[in-house]
Design a protein around this ligand. Structure first.
Ligand SMILES: [Zn+2]
Length: 191
């Protein structure tokens, strides 16, 4: 157990709720980090990542903090929504998991885990798909160069943009633009 986790237990800090549980070998009970029960002796504490791990180790849930109930889920959902909003608003910036986590005041690992669980995808993947959607719109609706589209949608270079675009969309950006042009002319009908 690291100092940060131990500190969370001593201070009953809810930041780790839902992420880990601590059991006491002396009482045979396991708790959430935020549990207000008496501060345990450090040498008697064991850390578990899920309630079922604690159960397998022969411990039973604390009646006070009820570690098997999942109200922390709403916190995860809120965090995942915040991250999606952050990406939607800032996809053009160079975003990393670390920088996004710092903006949301959580650890990168916790953010990744919550997002994955709620959204069924990773922040990196969500970010990439968001960038591609915006890039497609720019290719269709503007005459911006491929490089300009790449830079406006957060890709580091046009080469990287083209490679990602080709892989995800199935054709290079220039071909996508030609197809979109042709479709829109068709859609407009004869004049
Ligand atoms: Zn407890």
């Amino acid at each position: 157990m690291n100092e940060e986790i131990w500190r969370a237990i001593v201070e009953c800090d809810p930041a780790y709720d839902g992420q880990l549980y601590y059991g006491l070998v002396t009482t045979g009970v396991f708790c959430r980090p935020s549990c207000r029960s008496k501060t345990p002796k450090r040498e008697n504490v064991r850390i578990f990542h899920t309630p079922s791990e604690a159960r397998k180790a022969g411990l039973r849930p604390c009646k006070r903090c009820r570690p098997e109930e999942q109200e922390w889920r709403s916190h995860e959902e809120e965090l995942a929504r915040q991250l999606a909003r952050l990406i939607d608003g800032h996809y053009a910036e160079p975003l990393s998991l670390q920088s996004m986590a710092a903006r949301l005041f959580v650890s990168p690992y916790y953010l990744l885990r919550c997002f994955r669980r709620v959204m069924n995808t990773t922040p990196a993947r969500y970010l990439q798909l968001t960038r591609l959607e915006h890039a497609k719109a720019l290719l269709r609706d503007t005459g911006e160069s491929i490089t300009a589209v790449a830079l406006q949608t957060g890709f580091a270079s046009s080469a990287h943009f083209s490679a990602v675009f080709h892989k995800e969309v199935g054709c290079p950006p220039s071909a996508y633009r030609q197809l979109a042009d042709r479709d829109s002319r068709k859609g407009a009908g004869p004049s």
